[in-house]
Structures are given as structure tokens and as C-alpha cells.
Ligand binder design. Sequence first.
Ligand SMILES: C[S@@+](CC[C@H](N)C(=O)[O-])C[C@H]1O[C@@H](n2cnc3c(N)ncnc32)[C@H](O)[C@@H]1O
Length: 275
Amino acid sequence: MSPAPLGCEVVITRSGAPAMRDRATGELMHPVVGPQVEAERLYVSPARLTERLTERTADPLVVFDVGLGAGSNAIAAWRVAQAMPTAPRRLELVSFERDLSALGLALEPEHATAFGLGGTAGDAARALLATHRHDCARCSWRLIVGELPGAFAGLAHGSADVVFWDPFSPRANPELWTVAAFSALRPLCREGATLHTYSGATATRTALLLAGFWVGWGATTESGKQTTQAATRARDLDRPLDRGFIDRLGRSSAPFPADAPADALCRIRALPQFC
Ligand SMILES: C[S@@+](CC[C@H](N)C(=O)[O-])C[C@H]1O[C@@H](n2cnc3c(N)ncnc32)[C@H](O)[C@@H]1O
């Protein structure tokens, strides 16, 4: 018999914000500043959701929320759509998760407000948890339960406009920081798509480059750490990595993910981003 899942607990970070801790890995979701500030700073704001939701197109804005966790990134995006004064482009949120215990705990009455899940936001998240789908005038929200990256299989190519890539660290989730994982995601991204992740690791950046993304520096965390932004087009990066990145690769102690090809450095050097 396999052991029962350990689930999650709510802890208070050193800044005083509540955060969800996964008991099995010991990892915190949105450490230091807490879920609401970090979701806005690292994901929603760099992805320019408000601006993109006002674009004149009949297509919905599709956001892949990779690692739903306690729902903080997803609900921050959901709130942007709810706050739009008119009914512009619809938001389509697609959340991916293998373990729904963090969202269940965040929805408990004593935690819901701290996790941004009070009121109608909580109603939407509860519906998602119960039926794996929630629809309202501005937004549809779908939950795909399963193990990534396999759970990407069968999804329509060219469908995602924005990706929030928020698994645990490579130590806890090695399978999601590989060339293989980003290569499985890349065809699902539409022209003009952007990806946002808290990781600023060199190996994350080279995995994204090897999977066919353009890669740049992302937002800076509250504690001054660099994050990463990737895109299907160069012009959608705020600050693309430059040739200095290639020079520094030689000095990095962990330049590539475990599944990088033997000629990874040559391949990256030859990318149009660095020529
Ligand atoms: C850092 S937490 C996500 C936090 C979340 N984005 C939020 O805003 O609350 C990472 C999540 O990824 C999920 N996860 C990790 N590996 C996974 C895998 N291989 N497939 C699906 N989900 C996975 C974990 O269960 C966990 O909930």
C-alpha cells in the first residue's frame, strides 16, 4: 500500500505573510512576501494581462497556469478580468495540477482571505475544485488534473498566449525544468506567447532556449532575485539575454539541465538570439 499523501500546511513567512508549505518536499509556495504580492509581481504584472485583455480580437486570452497549487497566480489573473470596466477579450484560464490539497486548504474559512479566495473569487475556486470548470461573464477557468508534462498531451497546438510556470524547484520537480518539458509546452504556445517563471537559474534559461524559446530576464523578486521571461518572438521580451550570457555559461557550475544534448553550447551559440 502506498503511503497517504502528506498534504500541505499554512505557515507564516519571515515577512509575516501566510504561505502554503508542501509537507512532502518542504517547499513553500510564494515564499517571503506571500501569495498575493508575488502573484502580482512575478506573473500578472509582467504578463501585461490588463493590456492584452483590451486588444481588439475575437480570440480569448489563454493563460496556462502550470502548478495551480493554492490558486494564487490563477486567482490574481481571474481578478484582472473581473476588474475590467467593459467586456473586452475573454480570459481563458487553464490550470494544471496533480494534487488539489493546497487549493482545498487555502479555501478553508480561516485561510481563504489571506490567499485571496474570499467572496466571489472563493466561489469560483470552489466550483473549479468541485467540477474542474468555472465560467462567468469575463472568464472561463478549467482544471486539468494530472502529471505534467504528460498532461500537455492532446492539447491544441498554438493555444496558449501566456504561461505561468510555477512548479516547485528543480530539486523537488526535476521533470518540469528539462528541455523535454519545455519542448512539450513550446508547440502549445501561440505566436506572441510569453512565459513567466520565478526561476532565474542558468539551467532553466538554457532549457528554454534549447526548447525553442527566446529568453530574457524577468521581474525581480522582493528579495532582489532575478526571474526569467521567455517568448516565442524576440520583440515580446523586455530584456533579452545577450552574448554576455553565453560567456558566463562557461563559468556556471550548472549551465544545462540533465537532459541537454551533448552539443548544447554549440546549439545555443548558433541561435538567432545570440548571432
Ligand atoms: C509552487 S507550487 C504552485 C503555486 C501556485 N502557482 C500558486 O499560485 O499557489 C507548485 C505546484 O506544482 C504542482 N506540481 C509539481 N509537480 C507537478 C507535476 N509533475 N505535475 C502536475 N503538477 C505538479 C505541485 O503539486 C504544486 O501544487
